[in-house]
Design a binder for this molecule. Structure first.
Ligand code: ADP
Ligand code: RBF
Ligand code: MG
Length: 184
């Protein structure tokens, strides 16, 4: 049996996000590979890879990140809610994907799917590189650890304060068109 070495319980510097964080990304939730919920029981809301061109220039490195997400749910007549999230960007080495994907697991139980809804992300830190695994269970275990690490990391006041970042509440056409660097 292969046992993964114990992992740190928090990620990111104690005194708050350091460059290039916080990164701001957004996009509509699209269909992914259909594996997250069914195979891993960890649903991931995918957004188009074009959402990665932040401010039109920087490319994000592949890996696992933590941060905050907000959703422009149709039924939300109050301020959009902000949720903790963990995100994977890359090629999913365990599945040898042919396309690079951006997938976000929101740490919240939703009663329904939210395909098509705009999601805004404030990426606050890096957790680890994307890895290959000996088994699906090993991948699931590591993602569960990412969730714990993400939650623990976000508890710190230097990260928690981003819950009120205006970016998470600025839903609307203009912002989205700009963020994605493409005309919709
Ligand atoms: P896909 O391969 O299409 O991305 P998944 O099996 O990964 O499908 O499931 C993702 C979908 O599940 C999301 O697009 C969203 O509509 C829904 N969903 C429900 N709960 C969550 C959650 N906590 N985090 C992310 N997506 C969720
Ligand atoms: N896939 C990998 O192949 N290797 C990884 O290290 C990996 N880490 C992930 C970490 C998180 C927090 C999440 C949400 C997903 C991760 N995935 C990883 C992606 C996973 O394989 C993918 O979500 C499913 O295949 C569904 O598309
Ligand atoms: Mg998914």
């Amino acid at each position: 049996m292969t046992v993964r070495a114990p992992r740190p319980t928090v990620a990111g510097p104690e005194f708050g996000p350091e460059s290039p964080f916080p990164l701001r990304l957004s996009g509509p939730v699209i269909k992914g590979f259909g594996r997250g919920s069914k195979e891993l029981q960890i649903p991931t809301a995918n957004i188009p890879i074009s959402g990665l061109s932040v401010g039109g220039c920087s490319e994000i490195e592949s890996g696992v990140y933590f941060g905050l997400a907000s959703l422009n749910l149709p039924a939300t007549d109050t301020r959009p809610k902000v949720f903790p999230m963990v995100m994977s960007i890359g090629w999913n080495p365990f599945y040898r994907n042919a396309v690079r994907s951006v997938e976000v697991h929101i740490i919240h139980d939703f009663a329904e799917d939210f395909y098509g809804v705009e999601m805004r992300l404030l990426v606050l830190g890096w957790i680890r590189p994307e890895l290959d695994y000996v088994s699906k269970d090993a991948l699931i275990e590591d993602i569960k650890t990412d969730i714990r690490v993400g939650l623990e990391s976000l508890k710190r006041e230097t990260y928690k304060k981003f819950e009120s970042d205006p970016y998470l509440f600025e839903f609307g056409d203009a912002g989205v068109k700009e963020e994605n660097g493409e005309k919709l």
